[in-house]
Design a binder for this molecule. Structure first.
Ligand code: FMN
Length: 379
């Protein structure tokens, strides 16, 4: 049995293979953040496709943390029935599903949250040097309320039947902003050295653990580096990871980059050769060598052989992909059947546009091909 199809356990959660569908904002919820039949069907389709673990798109833990239209929410008990339907669609197909809990902080869209985005400091984030949004520096009360909101969201995820939760502390969303010296200029208990910059994240872990208990899988997605001048660097990130392990998390998904990191953003384009793949492998290896926790590697994995090499070379324990599953939800079953051709995904990131516009994520290239075929058939 190839290692990638071994059964493993993550704090009691049994996984039938080492493949993970990385959190992917689907843009398929209602205005209020409720799961729709389209989103529930997508979860079922992913589970049917054989991936061992599905991580939902980031779900906002308070309204103030909403990042995009039609984003999934987990901020209120009224959302639990829809969340439970997502879980059921996966469990009925022998899959596992974890909810990603998030607050977008300075990346929140003012028109959705009806106020200025919250941030560790009022330093604006320049996206492509073009966008500058006035921000509101969080008070201690704002921090405490947000920590509790993460805790409440964790409890809701548990109640809805999710197999675990993942805290989003990557990609310049709120908790990643706190970790990053580029965005966090605070001089109180939540800013300064890495211990202080990790304080809010550690409090979030504690708040969730208190409500869900020790035997509930709790994962964190973390930036290894921001790839920004003055941003989070690898050594500090590993130290944060070590503190998270002490706080009782069960796995770390290693990512990197921010929306201001240019070509080194989290979702990189133009992955054509095996060398381009697994673009955070060096960082994942450093985590693996220093922190005794299961490591999930994300970013540009497209080939079965590359994925296998990551596990055989002790760089990662799990392999996480986002864009390949948008094009091919059945990719893992295909690989399992022996068809080891690489993922069809072209890594052009065109899928981001419909997802972030709230139109529902889909592979733009594949749709064009299908449309052309239809026109050809009619002609
Ligand atoms: C449409 C889209 C939506 C995404 N939404 C999220 C998200 O909600 N949370 C998150 O942590 N990462 C998100 N990501 C990033 C992916 O999880 C992943 O880290 C990144 O795409 C690199 O993996 P890939 O090369 O396999 O696509 C998203 C990526 C895409 C393409």
């Amino acid at each position: 049995m190839p290692k990638l199809f071994e059964t493993t356990k993550l704090n009691g959660m049994t996984l039938k293979n080492r493949f993970v569908r990385s959190a992917t904002a689907e843009g398929m919820a209602t205005e209020e953040g409720e799961a729709t039949p389209r989103l529930i069907n997508l979860m079922g389709e992913l589970a049917e496709g054989g991936v061992g673990l599905i991580i939902t798109g980031h779900a906002y833990v308070t309204k103030r943390g909403q990042a995009s239209p039609a984003q999934l929410g987990i901020y209120d008990d009224k959302l639990i029935p829809g969340l439970r339907a997502m879980v059921d669609a996966v469990h009925e197909r022998d899959g596992r599903i974890v909810a990603q809990l998030a607050h977008s902080g300075m990346l929140a869209i003012p028109k959705f949250i009806n106020s200025a985005p919250l941030a560790p400091s009022a330093t604006p984030l320049m996206i492509g040097g073009l966008v500058e949004v006035p921000l509101q520096e969080m008070t201690i009360e704002d921090i405490h309320a947000t920590v509790e909101a993460f805790g409440g969201a964790g409890e809701r995820a548990c109640e809805a039947g999710f197999d675990g939760v993942q805290i989003h502390a990557a990609h310049s969303y709120l908790l990643s902003q706190f970790l990053s010296p580029a965005f966090n200029h605070r001089t109180d208990a939540y800013g300064g050295g890495i211990e202080k910059r990790s304080k809010m994240l550690l409090e979030v872990v504690e708040s969730i653990r208190r409500r869900v208990g020790d035997d509930y899988p709790l994962l964190v997605k973390q930036n290894s580096r921001d790839f920004l001048e003055g941003g989070l660097e690898l050594e500090d990130s590993i130290q944060a990871g070590a503190m998270l392990k002490e706080a009782g998390i069960d796995a770390i998904e290693v990512s990197g980059g921010t929306f201001a990191s240019g070509a080194l953003m989290p979702i990189r384009k133009g992955i054509t050769t095996e060398e381009d793949e697994a673009y955070f492998k060096a960082e994942a290896q450093a985590f693996k060598e220093r922190i005794n926790l299961p490591i999930i590697l994300v970013g540009g994995i497209r080939s079965f052989a590359v994925a296998e090499g990551m596990v055989n070379d002790h760089i990662a324990d799990y392999l996480s992909m986002s864009r390949p599953f948008i094009r091919e939800p059945g990719l893992i079953n295909r690989w399992h059947s022996g068809d080891l051709r690489k993922a069809a995904c072209l890594s052009d990131s065109k899928c981001l546009r419909p997802a972030l516009a709230g139109k529902g994520v889909y592979c733009v290239v594949e749709k064009r091909l299908r449309d052309q075929e239809k026109r050809g058939n009619k002609a």
